[in-house]
Design a protein around this ligand. Sequence first.
Ligand code: NZQ
Ligand code: ZN
Length: 399
Amino acid sequence: IEQEIKEMTNFDYYAPTKVVFGKGTEDQAGDLVREQRATKVLVHYGSGSVKRSGLLERIYQSLEQAGIPFVSLGGVVPNPRLSLVYQGIELCKKEHVDFILAVGGGSVIDSGKAIGYGVANEGDVWDFYERKRVAAGCLPIGVVLTIAAAGSEMSNSSVITNEDGWLKRGYGNDCCRARFAVMDPELTMTLPKYQTASGCVDIMMHTMERYFNQEENLDLTDGFSEHLIRTVMENARILMKEPDNYKARAEVMWAGSLSHNGLTGCGTAGGDWASHQLEHELGGMFDVAHGAGLSAVWGSWARYVYKECLGRFKKFAINVMNVEEVGSDEEIALKGIEAMEKFYHSIGMPTSIKELGLELSDADIEKLADQCCDACGGHKGSAKVLYREDIVKIYKMAR
Ligand code: NZQ
Ligand code: ZN
């Protein structure tokens, strides 16, 4: 009998970011910027948490001590807006900024990356997010991370929301990868519980999106991925009770970077990413926290696709969710999905769009599905390739 033997998939792995990890490392920000030979810096930040915690003041001091002139621009919001990106580009050009220091989470880093593209390239920066052009470069970026979640501190991606139409679009290019990322787990202790939990969901999802695919996966990548997801679950549970647990903060923070720097995607031919596509449209239209949006749709996505990717779902159930290996493959796979939803609930995350606080009409769903298809060129997914009608069905299941 002739058996089809699948070939291992080739892959690239590129993780150029210098990581400076641990207590008090934010005080090295000035030296790290100087090491990059920056002459004028834009300090970019969010809506106030870094002021309240005193972090911003410490970063300014660190830059002053290193003798680096800077200007600053705050006001980035979750689901970061294109209008502030335009303001940042103008400011950088006027002030001859040659380095961007993002102090915050995924939204601040992504906004910084977009500003970096806008300064280094002529024309409208939104073109890149619309996939009309490819960026030829980006201003160098450094990061002081304040939330473990999006993984933007080591990823090649930036996600921006255009208020004109409320379109949330991602753009990936290796030239935006941060030169350095300062990660002090202590800085994440001021996060509200909901943001900690939402971040943990996102971290797990970045590996799960890569895990569910139709490729001949590497055992090493699988083992690493399964352990990463279990580690985040275990420590998320601890953080719900002990938000100041440094060890748990550290485990989650490091997992956040490794989950989205490409490591758990080696040999997976890219992965699935349909859940992210479904969430991005919800986030753009309804401004929800990204991780919470993901947990709201994941279970419905999983139930819709699992039969076509049964081996992976079974492996996931057993190795990640500790499901006993009894019953049919389908039963085991479904128990794994249920167990993940139970975990989401246990950390206060939604497993439906209603629990996310939204009531979607049929017309809303049609619009979301149209936007998904616009963003991904008509179809998305690897576990199962989804087309418009599939996307509509999943949103309806998740509603
Ligand atoms: O703006 P401030 O006041 O800082 O408040 C933020 C914000 O409200 C707050 N926060 C952050 N650090 C804090 C804190 N509050 C108290 N103490 C701290 N230490 O938390 C809220 C969320 O911040 P945000 O930066 O939005 O979080 P996250 O890192 O989850 O980023 C989400 C964005 O990243 C995108 C998402 O779609 C979303 O737009 N993503 C980016 C990716 C990438 N570039 O690789 C990949 C992801 O899949 C994701 O799509
Ligand atoms: Zn994500």
